[in-house]
Ligand binder design. Structure first.
Ligand code: COA
Length: 322
């Protein structure tokens, strides 16, 4: 049996940090309100001209170096993003050329905040099937580009960044299982309702902005994440106490705590970066994973549960032995 194993991780964050206090000087909010409701203290925001592809490149280089893999060995690039550099070519293609990995398959996946779990699932299938041996999987975003900075209900929640993993074919797990789902019936609870084909609006930023019914999203997210972690445990006939780490999507500390409670995991076995990064959408899980690895928390051989939930709605999980 062939499995996909994480050979290395990497991440990148823009230099510019915006604190809650700085946002409170721009919109009617406060550090207390944001921290209490979400756990967020600050976020990184891309510089003018710094793109999703730039962040993805930096994260990919770090992951390749950690894995000891040359870019020429990559035979698949899957990149989760909702904020691609261009309409086309895909950000994965732009990245492939910059890395010098020309010739391999490269494409983007748009599953909003679940983008990395979706991308990981796709790459895992390629490796399990024997059609790829070395895959680069990335989640990268510059959500700041379509935030409405005058809307306190949404602008406080998001940030920019990128995370990457190099997957290699191995005889031992690796990724044990992954589970992805979507329900387009919820599209209007969390969306950006303009686009190339549907058209743009005669509004600031052409109508590009996040529209969200926060309280409803919160409720569905908690319930749905409960279901997907149960599904993952059942699929692997695993007791929740066997997990070493929960590496959740970083949208809201209260959502993370609810999932941890469901798994009966103490918070010191849950990776939390939402305080420093805010919600970086598809980048959030690989950013948290890279932080967990580089800080020495996650060790080789440990059992990790990754999960995410986002616009679509989309959601998913992956269970892996690191
Ligand atoms: N600062 C201060 N007050 C704010 C605010 C802000 N940044 N944003 C909203 N408020 C106000 C609202 O206007 C409302 O005021 P009102 O009671 O006078 O009408 C009040 O705070 C409560 O708003 P509500 O939306 O009910 O708060 P909440 O407890 O649900 O928290 C979220 C709001 C967005 C933090 C929370 O619902 C959430 O995190 N939802 C999930 C969002 C998410 O994770 N999205 C991404 C999923 S991938």
């Amino acid at each position: 049996m062939t499995y996909a194993r994480i050979a290395g991780t990497g991440s990148a964050l823009p230099e510019r940090v915006i604190s809650n206090a700085e946002l409170a000087a721009r919109v009617d909010t406060s550090d207390e309100w944001i921290a209490e409701r979400t756990g967020i203290r600050q976020r990184h925001i891309a510089a003018d001209g710094q793109t999703t592809g730039d962040l993805a490149y930096a994260a990919a280089m770090a992951a390749l170096q950690a894995a000891g893999v040359d870019a020429k060995e990559i035979d698949l690039i899957v990149l989760g993003t909702t904020t691609p550099d261009l309409v086309f070519p895909s950000t994965a293609c732009l990245l492939q050329h910059r890395l010098g990995a020309n010739g391999c398959a490269a494409f983007d996946v748009n599953a909003a905040c679940s983008g990395f779990i979706y991308a990981l699932t796709v790459a895992n299938q390629f490796i399990r099937a024997g059609t790829a041996k070395t895959a680069l999987v990335i989640g990268a975003e510059t959500l700041s580009r379509f935030l409405d900075w005058s809307d306190r209900a949404t602008c406080v929640l998001f940030g920019d960044g990128a995370g990457a993993v190099v997957l290699k074919a191995a005889d031992e797990p690796g990724i044990l299982s992954s589970h992805i789902h979507a329900d387009g019936g919820y599209k209007e609870l969390l969306w950006n309702p303009v686009g190339v084909s549907a058209g743009f609006k005669d509004e600031p930023n052409h109508g590009l902005r996040v529209l969200m019914q926060g309280r409803e999203v919160f409720k569905v997210a908690v319930k749905t994440l409960d279901r997907v972690v149960e599904e993952t445990l059942e699929a692997n006939q695993l007791d929740r106490h066997q997990l070493d780490w929960l590496i959740p999507h970083q949208a809201n500390l209260r959502i993370i705590e609810a999932t941890a409670k469901r798994l009966d995991m103490p918070m010191d076995r849950v990776i939390v970066t939402v305080d420093k990064h805010a919600n970086t959408s598809a980048a959030s899980v690989p950013l948290a994973l890279d932080y967990a690895v580089r800080s020495g928390k996650v060790q080789r051989g440990q059992l990790l549960l990754l999960e995410a939930f986002g616009g679509g709605f989309t959601w998913g999980s992956a269970l892996l032995r690191y």
